[in-house]
Write a protein that binds this ligand. Structure first.
Ligand code: URA
Length: 267
């Protein structure tokens, strides 16, 4: 009779359970690749079609293909996906004069250069213009990034914008209701005056992030934005975070973002 050490006897049924096919976690390859934080889901689809992705040594080119993140050996351009553990989400207070991309063809400083001591390869979640300052998130958690950038997440972003002059109240009301930008209506937003002066400061809260959205919206009132700062992302604020400084989000802050539920119809 086969004699097993007591602890091995305990492990045997456990192994059987873990390897049972019904426990296999099959997901679409593009979701696994973007979830690993190396690129967006659309780019991951391109990588698959281009034959740059392999599963257990076989090149996969079909878009519907599924795999198991934990069991299958998934490689992109021959390199294994980063490990799932150690998800990092960083909150940075970006100063003016930094680009929010990984590299800049014009050689301007990038936000990545501010992250001294951060070993993980993190990517900016969304953009903040070179001339804008304030809060931005950087992460190696592709699922979180995709969620925050998707239209359905509706995590509000609040900005303070200094305008060149005083806009008309009815123009601000129009912005709040929504205007057409690039052929699509903007989601309703909230605007309030925060400093009344010749060049007033307004606070604007958006639940979407389109290209140069705040600047382009205020331009429709005839008043150019001369300074722009993002002061809130959902419940996150810049309190205690001087320009150029960053901090890691806590696990409970990450959970709150991941489980963000829009409250009511937009704002
Ligand atoms: N809207 C803009 O116009 N610029 C930014 O940087 C962010 C939002």
């Amino acid at each position: 009779m086969l004699r097993l050490k007591p602890w091995k006897r305990l492990l045997r049924p456990m192994k059987r359970i873990l390897s049972a096919p019904e426990h296999a976690m099959q997901e679409r390859l593009q979701k696994i690749i973007s979830g690993a934080g190396i690129t967006s889901r659309r780019k991951a689809e391109e990588l698959i079609v281009e034959g740059r992705v392999s599963v257990n040594g076989h090149t996969i080119r079909e878009l519907g293909s599924k795999a198991d993140r934990d069991r299958d050996k998934i490689r992109v351009d021959g390199r294994p996906l980063p490990r799932l553990q150690g998800r990092t989400v960083i909150l940075l207070n970006k100063p003016v004069g930094y680009v929010s991309t990984m590299k800049d063809p014009e050689g301007r400083p990038t936000v990545i250069s501010l992250l001294r001591g951060v070993k993980e390869r993190v990517y900016p979640v969304g953009r903040l213009d070179f001339h804008s300052s304030g809060l931005m998130l950087l992460s190696n958690d592709g699922d979180l990034a995709n969620f925050l950038l998707s239209r359905k997440s509706q995590v509000p972003r609040t900005y303070h914008a200094k305008l060149e002059g005083i806009p008309k109240t009815e123009d601000l009301k129009r912005l709040e209701r929504g205007i057409v930008l690039d052929g699509r209506r903007t989601t309703p937003c909230k605007i309030r005056l925060v400093h009344e002066r010749d060049k007033p400061w307004y606070e604007i809260t958006l639940v979407e992030g389109r290209y140069h959205q705040v600047r382009r919206m205020f331009e429709r009132t005839g008043q150019r934005v001369v300074k722009l700062k993002r002061v809130h992302i959902g419940f996150l604020t810049d309190h205690g975070l001087a320009p150029g400084k960053f901090r890691n989000l806590t696990p409970s802050e990450i959970d709150r973002l991941k489980n963000w539920k829009p409250s009511g119809p937009a704002l």
